[in-house]
Design a protein around this ligand. Structure first.
Ligand code: GDP
Length: 424
């Protein structure tokens, strides 16, 4: 048997690591005792769960010098550990042990505070949650059958826009070099057609919202339905490409679809199509500046979205669309450490104090970024803020904080999300 992947149980003393270890290896090899620090040395055993094999390691007492009766110390050590672990960039599952009753969920905040997306409640003593935990572990382990690196996640790209902006033409232009189109179509819903597509080894699903056409002649009701239809495609997309007609500029209907993208908090880029119809033969630079300015000011609420001007007909700048997507994907991987984030926010608060709302003013006690690195799709950067009162954050101030984070990390094409929790 080759070297097995290693799963380490990490945590401060007395959280039940040994009990968990025993449960998972299904043998009583470690000594479980109520005194912290009983497990002196690393203990390891090979396990098999649902035919996935790994070596389980109990790391013993990290931080045994702390006094568990001091809540603050305990929290601090958990946070330090969380930070340390996160910096390893390894898959992390937060196991909330001693959840002995199914309705004991009031600690949820405490765990999300550590900034991990994945929390599994278990009771090692009662064996509760073990199947769930085993599944989560298995999901992170490499498949033994294939020792190659896991394929990068499939990116679902929704091509949205009002009728006649050139969505079908754009999809045809993208698919141009493929031999078969029709036979590859994976799923058809009433709202869109999903088209698998591969480019430079990267897998995509193009969600073609233009694919299903109304048989009647184009009318204003077709326009209205097209907005409604977009909703579902936007919801399930990783990235939305909002297609706009360069000749018409931004119309009210375009704004409605843009609004849906914003409401759904989706990564987005704006594609200005039909460049061939508007591009002047001279002074192209001025022309681009003008067109970008016009689109920016009309779609100011999608200010995070990059704009690519291209032609589906001539194929000009089509590559840029995929360069932008790649960049969005890269930026989605960027994170701020908790220390860095808290410093950045405190500095922002000092440089430009929040306005008073009634007799209260925003205070940020603590902030942390939710870790989506292990997730199988693009997630917008999401920050959990513990504040005195969520009502005190005004829209303007939210945008200001967003801007400060963007200065630091860019987050090209990504909305920056804040989730507020009241201190109480
Ligand atoms: P959809 O309803 O958004 O899917 O739009 P279509 O792809 O059906 O395009 C609408 C019209 O615009 C058609 O007549 C296309 O030939 C035309 N069109 C689409 N893209 C371009 C382009 O890049 N340049 C020009 N000149 N015409 C385009």
């Amino acid at each position: 048997m080759g070297k097995l992947p290693i799963v380490a149980i990490v945590g401060r003393p007395n959280v039940g690591k040994s009990a968990l270890f025993n449960r998972l290896v299904r043998q009583r090899v470690a000594i479980v005792h109520d005194q912290p620090g009983v497990t002196r040395d690393r203990l390891s055993a090979d396990c098999e769960i649902d035919s996935v094999r790994f070596t389980l390691v109990d790391t013993g007492g990290i931080g045994s010098a702390i006094d568990a009766s001091f809540d603050e110390q305990v929290r601090a050590i958990d946070r330090l550990l969380a930070r340390e672990l996160r910096s390893t960039k390894k898959p992390i599952i937060v196991v909330a042990n001693k959840i002995d009753h199914p309705n004991q969920t009031d600690h949820e905040t405490e765990f999300t505070e550590l900034g991990f997306a994945e929390v599994v409640p278990v009771s090692a003593a009662h064996g509760r949650g073990m199947t769930e935990l085993a599944e989560r572990i298995a999901a992170h382990l490499p498949d033994e059958a294939s020792d190659s690196a896991p394929p990068s996640p499939i990116l679902k790209l929704a091509i949205v826009g009002r009728p006649n902006v050139g969505k079908s033409s754009l999809i045809n232009a993208i698919l141009q070099h493929r031999q078969t189109i029709v036979s590859d179509i994976a799923g058809t819903t009433r709202d869109a057609i999903d088209i698998p597509y591969q480019r430079d080894g990267k897998q995509f699903i193009l969600i073609d919202t233009a694919g299903i056409r109304s048989r009647g002649k184009q009318s204003s009701s077709v326009e209205v339905f097209s907005v409604m239809r977009s909703q579902k495609s936007i919801e399930r997309a990783d990235v939305c490409a909002l297609v706009i007609d360069a000749v018409d500029g931004v119309t009210a209907q375009d704004k409605k679809i843009a609004g849906l993208i914003q409401e759904n908090e989706k990564p987005c880029l704006v594609v200005v199509n039909k460049l061939d119809l508007v591009k002047p033969s001279t002074r192209a630079r001025d022309f681009f500046d003008a067109i970008l300015g016009q689109i920016r000011s009309n779609l100011f609420f999608l200010d995070y979205a990059p704009i690519d001007v291209l032609s589906a007909h001539t194929g000009e700048n089509l590559d840029r669309l995929f360069q932008s997507i790649e960049r969005i994907e890269k930026h989605a991987q960027r994170t701020l450490g908790t220390g860095q984030l808290n410093r950045l926010l405190q500095q922002a608060l000092e440089a430009h104090p929040p306005p008073a709302r009634g007799n209260r003013r925003l205070k940020i006690m603590y902030a942390t970024q939710i870790d989506f690195k292990q997730a199988d799709s693009i997630h917008p950067p999401t920050f959990l803020l513990f504040v005195n009162d969520p009502q005190t954050l005004t829209d303007d101030y939210r945008r200001y904080l967003e801007g400060k984070i963007r200065e630091q990390l860019g987050y090209y094409g990504l909305p920056i999300l804040f989730r507020l929790r009241s201190r109480h």
